[in-house]
Design a protein around this ligand. Structure first.
Ligand SMILES: [Zn+2]
Length: 318
């Protein structure tokens, strides 16, 4: 396991300085996480073992979504062909329809650093195309086999996926829920993005952990979301430009734009703009000609979530 592996991604809380101005409406800022959440957690499961079907069912019961990384050459259309210990294509398609991310974990699980150009193309590009064809959704993220990569493989992977996952803390087998819960609480306290890497977890301890995680999602502003979604949000967030066209005591007009290097065909995850206001608020309305921008009252703030496509959005409140 590489010594440089980060335990947590650190997050950047943009514009926090504006929040301390009592009585003065603060400046709007792009939220660190979607919907103004304070921290993020991603569950990732590698290699497509059939035990992941029960794992996904547990996640569904708690209303949570995760990322699963199949290896395409280990995946069959039906269980009477290929590797019977692995999840099939129709099952992956079903998991995707339930909101889970089906990422890419290569075609045959090689050490990408040892692949020639043709093999690298097969492992990183043809595999992504096959997942798109079989699942109906292009894989947003890629997990490096053995968590190993080099400049050449990273370049090709990131030209064909929005994000890639390397090594993260292992969360497997009988990992105690209390220990997992404490690590998640620590991530929330730090405003961090935490990712678990797993090949399979005991259903009983996982259910206990998910009970804690679901409670934190409701009460503590924890964003539990697939790896590719959080990664794409953060990249857009760091590149987006927020322009305030007009601001009054109870309204704002703004635009959110990405640089031309981030085309809307690829980069279209809704970002959240946090608007600090005077409390208490009873109503917030977003006037947006193109759905689905939304506005949510969050204490003395409004969380406006919209695709960063340069349109002008008006928000008013009282
Ligand atoms: Zn693997």
């Amino acid at each position: 396991m590489p010594a440089h592996a980060p335990r947590f991604h650190t997050s950047i809380l943009i514009g926090l300085g504006a929040l301390g101005c009592a009585g003065e409406p603060g400046q709007p800022f792009i939220a660190a996480y979607q919907d103004g959440k304070v921290a993020a957690l991603s569950f990732t499961f590698d290699d497509g073992h059939r035990t992941h079907l029960a794992t996904a069912a547990l996640l569904d019961q708690h209303g949570l979504r995760a990322t699963f990384y199949p290896v395409t050459s280990w995946t069959s259309d039906a269980r009477d062909a290929g590797d019977r210990s692995k999840i099939t294509w129709p099952e992956w398609k079903d998991l995707a329809a339930r909101g889970h991310e089906i990422g890419n974990h290569s075609a045959s699980h090689p050490d990408l650093r040892k692949c020639d150009d043709a093999a690298l193309e097969r492992e990183c590009v043809a595999s992504a195309n096959l997942i798109t064809a079989k699942v109906g959704i292009a894989p947003r993220s890629f997990a490096y086999p053995f968590c190993k990569s080099d400049d050449r493989s990273r370049r090709l992977v990131l030209a064909n996926h929005l994000a890639a996952r390397g090594y993260f803390p292992l969360y497997e087998n009988d990992f105690p829920a209390a220990k997992a819960n404490a690590q998640v609480d620590d991530a929330i306290a730090k405003g961090a993005w935490m990712t678990w890497l797993s090949h399979g977890i005991n259903d009983v301890v996982f259910n206990e952990h998910l009970t804690h995680v679901a409670e934190k999602a409701k009460s503590a502003g924890l964003w539990v979301a697939p790896f590719g979604l959080v990664a794409a949000y953060r990249q857009e967030r760091d590149q987006a430009k927020l322009t305030v066209i007009e601001r009054t005591a109870n309204s704002i007009r703004l635009t959110l734009t990405l640089s031309p290097e981030m085309p809307a065909t690829r980069w279209n995850i809704p970002l959240t703009v946090t608007i600090p206001t005077r409390s208490p608020l009873s109503e917030a309305t977003v006037n947006d000609p193109v759905p689905p921008a939304t506005a949510r009252i969050d204490g003395d703030r409004i969380q406006v979530t919209l695709v960063p496509d340069g349109r002008t959005v008006s928000v008013s409140w009282r």
